[in-house]
Write a protein that binds this ligand. Structure first.
Ligand SMILES: [Zn+2]
Ligand SMILES: [Zn+2]
Length: 128
């Protein structure tokens, strides 16, 4: 996390509490999160959603964070060095990172998202 804060400073951006908290939450959670979910993980003096969106956009520009577009809105995660895809549960919209099953030429053109019911929803017999 220190590296990203350094990167922010080098580019002339302030390392505000919200920015630190967002990075902390995203580092701590191995799955992509929505701005709302990130907000729920920030204790006390909870920042407003628009600040979180703004900071996430900045992180994305700086290539610290990557966004995943879904019909449920955007999810964010710390940018990983390796290309990968995402699997979304159509019942609860839990999202997970999976190795990309496509060839390089295919995935360069677009972001690929796969849909499959998660274990939890399968076990509970949830249909949709
Ligand atoms: Zn599910
Ligand atoms: Zn991912």
């Amino acid at each position: 996390m220190g590296n990203w804060l350094k990167k922010l400073k080098e580019k002339g951006y302030r390392t505000t509490r919200t920015r630190k908290e967002i990075l902390r939450v995203l580092t701590f959670h191995p799955v992509p999160l929505t701005p709302r979910q990130i907000r729920e993980e920030i204790p006390q003096r909870v920042p407003d959603l628009s600040t979180i969106y703004r900071d996430l956009t900045l992180f994305e520009e700086l290539k610290i964070v990557e966004s995943i577009f879904t019909p449920q809105g955007s999810f964010y995660e710390i940018k990983r060095p390796a290309h990968h895809s995402h699997l979304i549960c159509p019942s609860c919209y839990q999202i997970n990172c999976i190795p990309c099953p496509l060839r390089q030429e295919e995935y360069l053109k677009h972001q690929v998202i796969f849909w499959e019911r998660c274990k939890n929803c399968k076990n509970q017999g949830r249909e949709k």
